[in-house]
Write a protein that binds this ligand. Structure first.
Ligand code: URA
Length: 221
């Protein structure tokens, strides 16, 4: 069983030991791929930003390989092209952490910071990692808008803000108002921009762009 996390900094240490299963999975991947990042992936972007995007967890060959959220797998291609379209990044995304891309007014984090086997963190792992999300939110003094990518990210974000998922039910393109540490926060939901969701048509590029258009209005309004 993972250990309950004490009061946390906003970023997990790279060799975070709190979830034995994830720690062991990363250790095995380190042996197989010593040149990969293989650690708790830190959030990326501006802590002074007004937008925080919350993903699920690093992908094995994406963020766990490169060390930057959503970098190196398909989910990132749609996310970063959309950030660019809505003026939330500068530079060119080349799916490498040294591509020089910068986020503007935004940060990307994950509900679970370490790669889980089969992209499926357990409930206990999500709970154990939540203090980092709580601290991440608390360390963004200008935060106004959050985007949850998928239900797990949504539920963990709602709980991080002291809310109940039963009173704030996840749904694609839903918008919720919750109380944050420094005042009200607007939480937007989207289906996760995974290859599975886009290949099956559950999430189209247009649907994803529409969610960003709504967030842009909240940021600009
Ligand atoms: N990469 C991440 O960092 N998070 C996700 O949720 C998916 C891919």
């Amino acid at each position: 069983m993972p250990k309950p996390a004490p009061a946390s900094p906003p970023e997990a240490p790279k060799d975070c030991p709190l979830c034995p299963r994830l720690h062991g999975f990363i250790a095995a991947n380190r042996l197989a791929h010593p040149d990969w990042f293989n650690g708790a992936v830190p959030s990326f972007g501006e802590a002074s930003g007004r937008l925080l995007i919350v993903g699920l967890a690093p992908g094995l060959q994406g963020a766990n390989r490169t060390g930057r959220p959503f970098t190196g797998d398909y989910a990132g291609d749609l996310l970063y092209s959309t950030l660019d379209k809505f003026g939330l990044s500068t530079g060119t995304f080349k799916a490498r952490p040294d591509d020089g891309l910068k986020l503007k007014d935004a940060m990307i984090t994950n509900a679970v910071r370490c790669v889980p086997p089969e992209n499926k963190p357990t409930g206990a792992e999500i709970l154990t990692c939540r203090p980092f999300l709580i601290s991440r939110i608390g360390a963004m003094p200008k935060l106004k808008v959050l985007l949850a990518l998928g239900r797990i990210a949504h539920d963990s974000t709602v709980r991080a803000l002291g809310g109940k998922p039963s009173a704030n039910v996840f749904g694609h393109a839903r918008r919720h108002v919750l109380e944050g540490p420094n005042g009200p926060l607007i939480l937007h939901d989207s289906y996760h921009c995974s290859r599975y969701n886009t290949n099956t048509g559950r999430l189209t590029e247009e649907m994803f762009h529409n969610v960003f258009a709504g967030m842009r209005k909240d940021l600009d309004g």
